[in-house]
Design a protein around this ligand. Structure first.
Ligand code: ADP
Ligand code: MG
Length: 352
């Protein structure tokens, strides 16, 4: 007979279970995300609790369907080995899910208990894999610096050639120089993004007012928006909202998302930046009226090097995702082809 958990005192009960626990109601809205779940996924409960499991990016893989039927039939899932995903990252787990009952005996939700299976099943290879990744990171960072130096020389000499070609009114050479210059800039962009991904810098996190970097970015991008024929609208509900974070990095995320939005609005449009807050979380939304994305496209956009642009690096969103994770936050996307896209960032809010 499976044990019957009762909805009363659920958070306290869950924190006594030595495993990651997620309780949710029949609409899959998260009720409890215990402290083990917090460290397992590396995300603060404030940006999970109260939201739908799928909208925060948690899926139970092959058991999704069984969980949906469990919420009506009450049939438990016991100790299944599977891979669940959070924010597109796979987590091998052993999963048990029991229905949660109201005091009157009706099902009011479910309690999922997750045991980390990654190190249990593959201790040695996984450790080796992590070590290999770390040394690849080091090597990549070194190589990138080595490539940058000759690139700087190439840029310099191309500029000299370009000046000479201009003096001689040699239009063909001027055009070739411009092409070389553009390509060098493109290589440099790839290298900077790749460096952020391969070897994240140690984080200098401080208590900061997130409205600051947001305003900075709007000021910075104002001219660019004008050039693309884009209106910028702001919708900010509070002038001071504190987070634990790094201004530079938050700026980098916002610039990436706004630039993507600009590039999606080739015939002009409106970019709306909304900031909403509640006691626990800060929600920042970047909405464009651009060409939007199909579901298939959305599945790929966070993969490194995935791009649909001729001169894209395909690294912008991977960098954004990494930075947001470092801030214990979340990045989600909603889009409709032909109508536009909204990227939503969630940050845990610091008390003043
Ligand atoms: P890049 O901008 O270099 O292509 P990103 O990682 O920033 O790389 O974006 C990956 C892909 O996601 C883009 O090539 C584009 O297809 C899609 N994308 C990102 N943002 C938007 C947006 N606001 N509207 C439509 N498509 C987008
Ligand atoms: Mg981009």
């Amino acid at each position: 007979m499976p044990r019957k958990f009762c909805i009363n005192n659920l958070p306290e009960i869950c924190n006594t279970i030595p495993a990651a626990v997620i309780a949710f109601d029949t609409n899959c809205r998260v009720l409890v995300f215990n402290k083990y779940a917090e460290s397992f996924f590396g995300v603060h409960p404030s940006i999970i609790v109260g939201y739908n499991l799928h909208s925060v990016g948690i899926t139970f893989g092959s058991e999704d369907q069984n969980i949906a039927s469990l919420l009506t039939t009450g049939e438990s899932i016991i100790d299944k080995e599977l891979t669940i995903t959070y924010n597109n990252t796979p987590y091998p787990v052993r999963l048990s899910v029991n229905p949660l009952y109201n005091c009157d005996g009706t099902i009011t939700g479910a309690l999922a208990i997750l045991h980390d299976n990654s190190l249990v099943s593959l201790p040695e290879p996984r450790m080796q894999h992590l070590e290999t990744l770390a040394s690849i990171g080091e090597m990549t960072a070194g190589t990138i610096h080595e490539i940058r130096n000759p690139l700087t020389s190439i840029s310099g000499f191309v500029q000299l050639l370009s000046v000479r070609a201009m003096r001689q009114h040699d239009e063909t050479s001027i055009e070739y120089c411009r092409l070389i210059s553009d390509e060098v800039t493109h290589i440099n962009n790839i290298l900077s993004d790749f460096l952020t991904l391969a070897k994240p810098q140690p984080n200098k996190f401080l208590k900061l007012n997130i409205i600051r970097p947001i305003s900075d970015v709007l000021t910075l991008l104002y001219g660019e928006a004008l050039m693309y024929g884009i209106d910028i609208k702001q919708n900010i509900d509070n002038e001071t909202l504190y987070v634990m974070g790094n201004s530079e990095k938050i700026r980098e995320v916002l610039i990436n998302l706004c630039r993507n939005a600009f590039q999606a609005m080739t015939r002009g449009g409106t970019l709306t930046l909304t900031v909403k807050s509640d006691e626990n979380a800060i929600t920042t939304m970047i909405t464009d009226t651009g060409h939007g994305m199909s579901l298939e496209l959305i599945d790929n956009i966070f993969k490194p090097f995935f791009t649909t642009k001729e001169t894209g690096t395909g690294l912008g969103l991977s960098v954004c995702q990494r930075i947001i994770r470092e801030h214990n936050g979340q990045i989600n996307v909603a889009s409709k082809p032909g109508e536009g896209t909204t990227f939503t960032l969630l940050f845990p809010r610091l008390k003043e």
